[in-house]
Design a protein around this ligand. Structure first.
Ligand SMILES: [Zn+2]
Length: 140
């Protein structure tokens, strides 16, 4: 997959978000294995033997990308990383929402069922999702 100017702009936007996990300055991390292998159509799985898709990237700091806690380098492998920090698929959804465009659509991964909703121009801010935070406080 060629690195076009469009891809470079995308990577700038990704890195600009800061690390998913701790908001430190981020690198562009290609998603691969784990939930990607489980949930995307085979041709879009950027697994070991396949070329990584330049759209399916998330922002991670050096440590969470290729340090001891790194997606590419931690002891537990990609699945261990996802257990600790959340699935790459969910991070790609989150990043899509933050950037305002769907990474799966850009990657051409039509087989993935996540439906990114482009917000209409001028629309009101969506209601924040309900949380169990208050219930959790009672447990203390
Ligand atoms: Zn980090």
């Amino acid at each position: 997959m060629k690195i076009t100017n469009e891809i470079l702009d995308h990577w700038d936007a990704i890195a600009g978000l800061g690390c998913c996990i701790d908001e430190r300055p981020a690198e562009v991390a290609h998603c691969h294995g784990g939930s990607i292998s489980d949930q995307l159509d085979p041709q879009y799985r950027p697994g070991m033997a396949q070329k990584q898709n330049h759209w399916l990237v998330i922002p991670l700091c050096r440590e969470h990308h290729r340090g001891n806690k790194g997606l590419d380098t931690c002891k537990g492998g990609v699945r261990g990383w996802e257990e600790e920090y959340g699935s790459q698929i969910e991070w790609l959804e989150e990043v899509s929402n933050r950037l305002g465009y769907c990474l799966f659509k850009r990657a051409g991964a039509a087989g993935y069922t996540y439906q990114f909703m482009d917000p209409p121009v001028g629309a009101a801010e969506p209601e924040p999702p309900a949380t169990d935070a208050l219930e959790g406080a009672d447990a203390l």
